[in-house]
Design a binder for this molecule. Structure first.
Ligand code: ATP
Length: 216
């Protein structure tokens, strides 16, 4: 099974890392690939560049065999749509290999507004991770899709290449990249919200308003 987990990861933090590891383990020691996406220019100037976000991800997952990085969206020109990424992966993996993407309930709640969403579910399984405080509208298309396509075990995802939705409820750490950026910008420490090695690199590169310090 091939599993991807997309996001901006600006920067990656322990919430992302724990979630990816939990998902990989619950699927039976399946590697999970972080797929960092382009950040639209309107997101502001305090964020890191694509190369810097990638570097922070590399530092964060070093030595963890279940976590990987797929930087294909950063290598493409302009914004990437999930459907394009999945189409590319499907052509590399072939028609029969199960392919799954991880999304939070917050993102899945608006799934029917994603470009080519009907195509997405044909290309891949969806693993919906319950995010506290975020519910699906019971009358909405995502809830209908979940009722029609939902499976209740990770094993079911292995029996088909795509088209199923599995809900998972791993512990959700209350950490956000926005909160980390705000802390750094206001001179407070983000320690213990993200790996020390990531924080060291953020300081080294002077990101998010951090005072640059030398790395020894
Ligand atoms: P930002 O605060 O900049 O919006 P974020 O911390 O929410 O960032 P993203 O890069 O936007 O992180 O999210 C990538 C993916 O990680 C999304 O699917 C999102 O639902 C999920 N995610 C965000 N925060 C957490 C968390 N604390 N634990 C697990 N997954 C998370």
């Amino acid at each position: 099974m091939h599993v991807i987990y997309g996001g901006t990861f600006d920067p990656v933090h322990h919430g992302h890392l724990r979630l990816a590891l939990e998902v990989g383990e619950r699927l039976g020691s399946v590697p999970v690939s972080f797929v960092p996406c382009h950040i639209p220019p309107h997101r502001g100037e305090t964020g890191a560049t694509a190369a810097q976000r990638l570097q922070l991800l590399e530092v964060a997952i070093a030595d963890e065999p279940l976590l990987r990085i797929d930087d294909r969206e950063l290598r493409r020109e302009g914004a990437s749509y999930t459907a394009d990424t999945l189409r590319q992966l499907r052509s590399e993996l072939g028609a029969d290999v199960p392919l799954a993407m991880v999304v939070g309930t917050d993102a899945f709640a608006g799934f029917d507004r994603w470009k080519e969403w009907q195509q997405i579910i044909r290309l891949a399984h969806i693993i919906v991770v319950r995010r506290p405080g975020s519910e699906l509208d019971p009358a909405g298309e995502p809830a209908r899709l979940l009722a029609a396509r939902g499976v209740d075990s990770a094993g079911a995802l292995e029996t088909r290449a795509s088209g199923c939705i599995l809900e998972m409820d791993p512990p959700w750490l209350d950490i956000s990249a926005t909160g980390i950026r705000e802390r750094i910008c206001s001179g407070r420490s983000p320690r213990y919200l993200l790996p020390d090695a990531v924080w060291a690199d953020i300081q080294c590169m002077g990101l998010y308003g951090a005072c640059p310090v030398k790395k020894f």
